[in-house]
Every structure is written in structure tokens, then in C-alpha cells.
Design a protein around this ligand. Structure first.
Ligand SMILES: NC(=O)c1ccc[n+]([C@@H]2O[C@H](COP(=O)([O-])OP(=O)(O)OC[C@H]3O[C@@H](n4cnc5c(N)ncnc54)[C@H](OP(=O)(O)O)[C@@H]3O)[C@@H](O)[C@H]2O)c1
Length: 311
């Protein structure tokens, strides 16, 4: 099959569009014919070797951990899916990924895709959507009337997080650059802060929940705008030490894995018209180096979709 593999860690030139063996569907697996995939920052972080202490990959590997596609084969123990089902998944990142024509995914990591959007639109949802769900709903307990601050609200995680927080009744404040103001407001944000021109402390106060997609100075600036008892959830750095300087505040960090209940809830919100995937750029799989370069710029609007197979 055609796939993108890396044989060593490095810059985008290590991404090779080439022939690779078709994956074997074990008893617990569903073999998915990949229609769409997407690029997430973790893809180039893994490509650069940043996660090699945590995950000991045996090269070559196929990166990419978002998929929407069609079930083509089921393992002997699979009971929830049939050949021909339209599914989506954020599969286990320790196995080969989705920059490929086929992927074998454990049944326990697969959900039915939203019915009302294309495979390409569905493919950009799983990883970023599970992350937003984990931070806002599972850990953050977002609830009606809460004031929620979402950093990088125009990004992959942020664009979904704004909509998920609104669907839970929160008052949403989103940060981004001025060029993304209209997008962030169209997703439902009640307030917008241009991080390039406005200090957070001059524009925001009494935040109950912060979704920290940036770390560093952005995380640092967030503590001062939080309400007593507020919670900051970071997906990029552990805030445990920083929060000791703010005894009235709480902090948590997340590192997501496959999460089928979140995918099922997300699919329902998409089909109810409450969440829409935002695709800022689309590439053919063979153009993966350009797609990584865009992600590495740090200024993607919404998500980067990859076209892999025919719908
Ligand atoms: N822990 C986990 O399990 C987990 C899961 C998913 C993602 N992550 C991490 O979370 C981070 C965000 O992921 P993502 O997919 O959302 O990234 P992304 O889509 O690449 O984020 C791009 C967005 O960031 C915005 N941005 C850049 N600098 C900003 C700043 N200083 N303040 C506010 N917005 C800023 C950009 O907006 P402008 O163009 O307007 O500047 C752009 O819209 C990444 O580091 C990723 O690796 C962690």
C-alpha cells in the first residue's frame, strides 16, 4: 500500500511517501480503509524525536493518528462493527498510524463517524476533539454559566473547544490573533482577546476554567485572571509547580489516549449541528512535507486535513 513513513527522526525531509506492507488485522482489530487523516502537532513532535524516551518506536513507523474511513475487514473477536461501516478513530500512538491507505485499529478505539459530514471533515475531529473533551468536560467539568478561557481558540484543539464549551452552556473567552477574530466569534465565543495587542490582565477576569494550549508566558499570564477556586488544565506543560504560587487556584495536566465515549458524544454534537469541524488547509498524502511545515508554523486555522483514499 501507499504510506508515508519515517525511517529516522529528523526534519520534514525524513517523511517518505512510499510502498509499505498492508497492516495485518488481528482478532481484536478493525481494518479501516483510510479516506481522510489529519496532521496534529504531535505528529511532528514524534517525527523530531521529542517523544522517543516515552514511546520506544521501532523504525520505520507510519505517523498520523486521526482517521475517518470504511471498515474493510474485522477480527474474529470484533462484535460492534461490520464490513462497510463508516468509522473514525484516534488510534493508539504506539502503533503505526494513519498516513496510509489502510490501518488496523483495536475495536475498542473505534467509533461510528458523524453521519452528517464527509470523511475528510470527520478525520480532523478525533485527536483534537478528544483533547478538548478531556480538558473541558472530563477534567474541567465545564458547566452552564462557567467562564471558560480557551487559548489558541482558532487552532485545532481550540476551534473545537470553543464549540464544546458553548454546547455545555459556558461563557467562552477565546484568544487568537486579530486575523482570526471573526472565525473565533463565529464558533460561538462570547469574548475575543487579541494576544498580539492586548495583555490578558487588561481584558479578562474571573475565569473559572482555563484550557491551556500554549504553556510558557500564556500559562503564566492566565493565573492572574482566574477566579478563586478556578482550574487551569494544560495540555502542553505540567502546571503543578506554578500553581503553588496561587494557593487559591487549581491545576491539572492531560495527555490523551483513545476515547470512544468522547468520540460518540462528539459525533452526536456534530450531527445535532452544535459542532462543526474547521479545516484551514487540505493536502494530498503525497504532499505531507508541506502539511507538516504548515503545522510547525504554529499558525494553522482550525485543522489540516489529509486526503488519502476515495470516499
Ligand atoms: N497533551 C495532549 O494530549 C495534547 C493533545 C493535543 C494537542 N496537544 C498540544 O496542544 C497544543 C495545541 O494543539 P493544536 O492542535 O490546537 O495546535 P495548532 O492547531 O497548531 O495551534 C495553532 C493555533 O495557535 C494559535 N496561537 C499561536 N500562538 C498563540 C498565542 N500566543 N496565543 C493564542 N493563540 C496562539 C494560532 O493562532 P494565530 O494564527 O491567530 O496566532 C493558531 O490558530 C500543541 O502543542 C499540541 O501538541 C497536546
Amino acid at each position: 500500500m501507499k504510506a508515508v513513513r519515517i525511517h529516522e527522526y529528523g526534519d520534514a525531509t525524513v517523511l517518505r511517501f512510499e510502498e509499505a506492507p498492508r497492516p495485518v488485522c488481528t482478532a481484536e482489530d478493525v481494518l479501516i480503509r483510510v479516506v481522510g487523516s489529519s496532521v496534529n502537532p504531535v505528529d511532528w513532535k514524534i517525527r523530531r524525536g521529542y517523544l522517543k524516551e516515552m514511546i520506544p518506536y521501532a523504525m520505520p513507523i507510519i505517523p498520523g493518528w486521526d482517521v475517518s474511513g470504511v471498515v474493510e475487514e474485522i477480527g474474529a473477536k470484533v462484535s460492534r462493527f461490520q464490513v462497510g461501516d463508516a468509522v473514525y478513530s484516534r488510534p493508539d500512538i504506539t502503533r503505526d498510524g494513519t498516513y496510509a491507505e489502510w490501518i488496523a485499529v483495536r475495536e475498542s478505539e473505534v467509533a461510528f463517524k458523524p453521519r452528517t459530514v464527509s470523511h475528510i471533515s470527520a478525520a480532523v475531529l478525533p485527536l483534537a476533539g478528544i483533547t478538548a473533551w478531556e480538558g473541558l468536560v472530563n477534567v474541567g467539568k465545564a458547566a452552564s454559566g462557567q467562564r471558560v478561557l480557551i487559548h489558541a481558540a482558532a487552532g485545532g484543539v481550540g476551534s473545537l473547544a470553543v464549540q464544546i464549551a458553548k454546547a455545555h452552556g459556558a461563557h467562552v473567552i477565546g484568544t487568537g490573533s486579530g486575523a482570526n477574530r471573526a472565525l473565533i466569534e463565529s464558533l460561538g465565543a462570547d469574548e475575543f482577546v487579541d494576544y498580539r495587542t492586548t495583555a490578558l490582565r487588561d481584558a479578562v477576569r474571573n475565569v473559572d476554567l482555563v484550557l491551556d494550549t500554549m504553556g510558557g508566558e500564556t500559562q503564566e499570564a492566565s493565573w492572574a485572571v482566574m477566579a478563586p477556586g478556578g482550574l487551569l488544565v494544560s495540555m502542553v506543560s505540567d502546571p503543578a509547580e506554578a500553581v503553588t504560587r496561587w494557593p487559591q487556584l487549581r491545576a491539572a495536566s492531560i495527555f490523551i489516549g483513545p476515547d470512544v465515549p468522547a468520540l460518540e458524544r462528539l459525533a452526536a454534537l456534530v450531527d445535532e449541528g452544535k459542532v462543526r469541524p474547521v479545516i484551514g488547509a487540505e493536502f494530498a498524502l503525497r504532499d505531507i512535507r508541506k502539511a507538516h511545515a504548515l503545522s510547525e508554523s504554529g499558525h494553522v486555522r482550525g485543522k489540516i486535513a489529509l486526503h488519502v483514499g476515495v470516499p
